[in-house]
Design a protein around this ligand. Structure first.
Ligand code: KG4
Ligand code: ZN
Length: 342
């Protein structure tokens, strides 16, 4: 049996996995940096890169040990996410992958992190999920694609400002919740009334665009809590029910925007399958609302398994698609921090 070593370091998670040709994950490890970035209420790129540097070798060692493979003999390739992401973070993963390719005399595979998030939907499934509409909802991206195959994509639309996960995280800060705020906010929302606050659904009612916007929604939350202007949020003492109700109202508005555009993308492309990945795809309200909306369209919904929604290296299994087609990267390859919308 041949294996792949996949490395992921696009943002603040340092991750590695060993995956066999059948896309079975033999070993997977993720070192989160939540405790480092929490006091800044968000990821500090320079700190993220430095911590990747400390963790990348131990994480790779761990999955090699757990899988008990001989990398120099049994690896078919070393795969690494080279785009998109934070430049310093991407560089650490790519440098590690290149060094291992040289040491073990293995080919290098470059993985697109956004495509890998959608490929998480393929994991554990016998039949191909492609073609489909792919929806990446994370802290860095909120984009819809027409996915003809695992790596042939057409960009359909996406956020014109904040990613939805970023909006969750920033509203969570306003509600006094720790980073990353998405999961915390959705927990708080279960005890709140989603109709308590009237919040906007930017761009939702425009059937001519698959673009979305979350920045105005985030600002509307702020205005509801402290009024317009630059008032200091930390000076406001929100009562518990207000926090719960705002969490529920914000979550409802954000989810409605996502579901509406996902349905429009299915209608526009005529595809009968929607695959959703990325950190926010772990959100229970989004999962259940998508389920009913997609069903009403007569389409199939494939959600990434909850444990593969947030950043991980197991979704680097997409690299097997490249190996199978003989698509290897030159060792001179560089990172691509920006998202190419093509
Ligand atoms: O995919 P991911 O790990 O990193 C990026 O590629 O951005 O996504 C992280 C994002 C964070 O913004 C986090 O707050 C959000 O996903 N998130 C959630 C939930 N779990 C993670 N947002 C809402 N509800 C959740 N349950
Ligand atoms: Zn991600």
């Amino acid at each position: 049996m041949e294996y792949l070593l996949a490395i992921e370091s696009t943002c603040d998670e340092t991750a590695a996995a060993i995956i066999d040709r059948d896309r079975c994950v033999i070993a997977s490890a993720v070192a989160s940096q939540e405790e480092i970035h929490t006091r800044f209420h968000g990821v500090v790129p320079e700190l993220a890169a430095r911590h990747h540097l400390e963790r990348i070798v131990p994480i790779i060692d761990r999955v090699i040990e757990q899988s008990a493979i001989d990398p120099a003999v049994e690896l078919a390739a070393v795969a690494v996410a080279t785009e998109p992401g934070l430049p310093g973070s991407l560089l650490v993963g790519l440098a590690a992958a290149k060094a291992l390719c040289i040491a073990w005399k293995k080919p290098l595979v470059a993985v697109n992190h956004v495509q890998a998030h959608i490929y998480a939907c393929q994991m554990g499934r016998e039949t191909s999920v492609f073609p489909c509409v792919g929806f990446v909802v994370s802290g860095g991206h909120t984009n819809l694609y027409h996915c003809h195959s695992p790596s042939q994509w057409t960009y359909l639309g996406g956020t014109i400002d904040d990613a939805v996960g970023e909006a969750f995280d920033k509203v969570a800060v306003m509600l006094g919740l720790p980073y990353p705020g998405g999961p915390e906010l959705s927990r708080l929302a279960t005890q709140g009334n989603p109709a308590a606050f009237t919040l906007p659904r930017p761009m939702l009612s425009d059937p001519h665009t698959l673009n979305m916007s979350f920045s105005g929604l985030k600002t509307a939350v702020r205005y509801h809590l402290v009024g317009p202007g630059k008032q200091d949020l930390t000076a406001i003492d929100l009562n518990e029910q207000t926090r719960r109700d705002m969490a529920a109202s914000f979550q409802r508005a954000a989810v409605e925007c996502l579901v509406g555009k996902a349905v429009l993308a299915l209608q526009r492309t005529g595809e009968k399958r929607l695959c959703v990945g990325g950190g926010v795809a772990a959100n229970s309200l989004l999962r259940s609302e998508l389920q009913s909306a997609v069903q009403r369209c007569g389409a199939e919904l494939v959600l990434a398994p909850p444990e593969l929604c947030t950043d991980n290296a197991a979704m680097g299994a997409i690299a097997w698609e490249h190996v199978d087609r003989g698509e290897f990267a030159d060792l001179g390859i560089d990172i691509q921090p920006g998202l190419l919308r093509k």
